[in-house]
Design a protein around this ligand. Structure first.
Ligand code: SAH
Length: 242
């Protein structure tokens, strides 16, 4: 497989890519590429090129058609689990096609992630995007309170779903998805679950409570299971969607 390199759009001018010192070191010393060798440059916003290494620059030869994106933009709001749980969620969520992550504080969430930790999430997402061959690197927002995240939904006509275990009002996730959807928001809770008032607040703001099955999933498992169902639904031929 050809080596891949994440770059930023500011490094690209016309057909020339200016490498940073770290990238130059990585290509030359770590990957042992030489002048004239090829690699794939990804700008994180959907742009991908076949690049040819020169000295501290590379020539961008062909624009590549990379399409690792889901046909629906999935925005994931997650009450941060304990320990390194959110790291697992951003890694696996990226693999499953999430467009953006919004970590939140909820009534039963205590975590106060450091700046270092937040940067680590962004690194993990960039690595995961590279590994799973997505040309788009999902965004990871800084944590905000749940209520604010629920209110921030940019397009309120787009569906929002809140995963709730043990709630009598839930419909199975797969039965509420709709093929016409361009973007959706999915919300999953912390180890201790949602409080009644959080669930009522989400419903009042237009989020539909959904079930992920009869079993109680861990806070890390729930978003991954839901995203697997969403990806399968939107990437299936019409059969699933009738
Ligand atoms: N401790 C809680 C469960 C929390 S599970 C209890 O005992 O009730 C963590 C989060 O995962 C929940 O807030 C919910 O968002 C999601 N979740 C877990 N299992 C689920 C299921 N079967 N259906 C829907 N959501 C689920």
């Amino acid at each position: 497989m050809m080596q891949r390199l994440a770059v930023s759009t500011s490094q690209i001018q016309g057909e020339s890519l200016t490498l940073t010192q770290a990238q130059f070191h990585y290509l030359g010393r770590v990957l042992r590429l030489q002048k004239g060798d090829r690699f794939i440059a990804l700008d994180g916003q959907g742009g991908a090129w076949l690049a040819i290494l020169d000295q501290k620059t590379a020539q961008l030869a062909d624009k590549l058609d990379f399409d690792g994106e889901l046909p629906v933009a999935v925005h994931l709001i997650v009450a941060m689990p304990k320990g390194s749980g959110f790291e697992e969620i951003v890694r696996q969520g990226t693999e499953l096609g999430v467009a953006s992550f919004q970590p939140v504080w909820s009534d039963r969430t205590l975590l106060k992630p450091s700046e270092h930790k937040r940067q680590r999430w962004r690194r993990i997402v960039a690595e995961a995007a590279e590994q799973c061959e997505r040309a788009v690197v999902p965004t990871v927002n800084d944590p905000i309170p749940l209520h604010q995240a629920l209110q921030n939904r940019s397009d309120t006509t787009a569906p929002g779903y809140i995963a709730a275990a043990r709630s009598p009002q839930t419909a199975p996730l797969l039965t509420v998805l709709s093929p016409q959807t361009q973007q959706l928001t999915l919300v999953t809770g912390p180890e201790g679950g949602w409080t009644d008032s959080e669930l009522a607040d989400a419903i009042a703001l237009g989020f539909q409570p959904v079930s992920l099955g009869k079993r109680i999933l861990r806070a890390v498992t729930a978003p991954v299971a839901a995203l697997g169902a969403i990806a399968a639904y939107y990437e299936s031929p019409s059969i699933l969607k009738q």
